[in-house]
Design a protein around this ligand. Sequence first.
Ligand code: HEC
Length: 271
Amino acid sequence: MIRILSLLVGAFFTVVLAWSFGVGAYTAATEPHAPTAEKVFHLKPKELDLPSNGPFGKFDRQQLQRGFKVYEEVCAACHSIKHVAFRDLAALGYNEAEIKAIAAKSTVAGKDPLTGEVKDRPGLPSDYFPPVVYAGLGHPPDLSLITKARHDGPAYVYSLLTGYQEQPAELLKRFPEAKTGDGLHYNPYFANLNLAMPAPIVSDGQVTYSDGTKATVDQMSKDVSAFLVWTAEPKLENRHQTGFWWIGFLIFATVLGYMAYRNVWAEKKGH
Ligand code: HEC
């Protein structure tokens, strides 16, 4: 009796399972996927041509310095670059005195070598860029590694900075519920189209460049993206160079191997 009962219960569950699977598969196959505002209006990053691109890419020091200036004067109000030490800036071509002066502009929490007490003091070249206190809406991420953390990072940062615009009328017509919320800003390059960061680079000449380059919104956005490629991978040039030497070595080894092969077989064939 118990056996028959459990068999019936098992059969019942099997039938219910098969039925719900069938219904699910049918709906998935026949119901059209509802388009969302993100699916329709999100854009892929624009093209960004940086000197560091490609297997032989190198940094343009002047550009990195300009980008650092944009970071310092604009982005640093909200974003930290905690993986970068002030002395790393030597790679951008700054000398010791300049680095000391840049570091001294920041306040860092340092331990007193005698008492161990933590006290605020001006930054030293050996310090890392300190955390940034931000009180506004949203959470500005640390930017040191952002160009590695996002797909097509450098182009993404550049597109984000230059991509702010009014919400298209068509979007509002088709998806009235996707209206940009209070305190948010529409940007089709951001994954969900609306972000808490207001456009940070808004007018030509916002940063004063000392190398004669025209500080247009586009140029400043490019330069700061180039700088953030460097913060994420300061040794990029070494990697490119090592790759280059490896390829050279492999070609050399291949030629050598081929010559050795010819040599060995030449004797055998001769007799
Ligand atoms: C007024 C403060 C503020 C300034 C200035 C600012 N940001 Fe932001 N930023 C934010 C906030 C807040 C977020 C988080 C936005 C969100 O998640 O909705 C953010 C996010 C970002 C993101 C991440 C987007 C993502 O994919 O998660 C990048 C990249 C970025 N900012 C770059 C910059 C750069 C470069 C500058 C300088 C040119 C800058 N920001 C200046 C506040 C700021």
